[in-house]
Design a protein around this ligand. Structure first.
Ligand code: DGI
Ligand code: FE
Ligand code: FE
Length: 193
């Protein structure tokens, strides 16, 4: 990305470590897009900005949700893990001047996924999980899968997230459930019934 100001603003807003994570996600997005023959510029900016709503200042996150008149559903409310993606879409639009709806949706749905994800959304979702510094058990398998079968890799990693959410008694967002069910139908029947 050549726009220096985007990098400088992002690092100031989300902090050095998360900024470096974002750059790794961007690079992983570029690699996946080249491999799968997809639009590199689009996924690069979406990958770079995917966590732009994870502000260092959590109070400011909540204030901006109010300022922007964002209505949170009962699961996202009180959950900064989910709020950062929703706020991120709005910040990308307002403060980073992103107009491309595919890029905005990739930011919006990068945490939960959703039914009928397009290629930009899928690449950002899985790049966030497999960027080189991720080292949870099983990541190598998901990393390999992402280059062979991106839907399968998303399904597999989503099921890991769902297990984690159940083990920690966390609420599961309906978008995550719908995304998983659709990917399961795709795997079982090869269609999106
Ligand atoms: O922002 P990152 O840390 O890079 O990664 P992320 O945006 O994927 O956030 C991961 C967190 O989001 C992780 O702690 C699991 C949580 N998460 C994902 N899907 C759901 C969820 N949390 C809830 N409560 N419900 C979900 O459906
Ligand atoms: Fe995130
Ligand atoms: Fe991330």
């Amino acid at each position: 990305m050549k726009d220096r100001w985007i990098h400088e603003k992002l690092e100031a807003d989300i902090g050095h470590d998360r900024y470096l994570h974002s750059v790794r996600v961007m690079e992983t997005c570029i690699d996946l897009a080249r491999h799968h023959g997809y639009h590199v510029e689009k996924v690069a900016i979406a990958g770079l900005l995917h966590d732009c709503g994870r502000l260092l200042d959590v109070k400011r996150m909540l204030k901006l949700i109010g300022d922007f008149d964002i209505i949170l559903d009962s699961i996202a409310r009180d959950n900064t893990g989910l709020i950062h993606a929703i706020l991120g879409e709005e910040l990308a639009r307002r403060e980073y001047h992103i107009g491309d709806v595919e890029v905005l949706n990739a930011i919006r749905f990068h945490t939960t996924g959703r039914e009928n994800m397009n290629s930009t959304e899928k690449i950002v979702y899985i790049a966030d999980i497999i960027e080189p510094n991720r080292n949870f058990p099983g990541v190598e398998n998901i990393r390999d899968m992402a280059y062979r079968d991106i839907d399968g890799s998303i399904l597999h990693s989503m099921e890991g997230t769902l297990k984690f959410l159940i083990e920690t008694s966390a609420p599961i967002h309906l978008d995550t459930i719908r995304a998983r069910n659709q990917l399961l139908r795709l795997k079982k029947w090869g269609d999106t019934r």
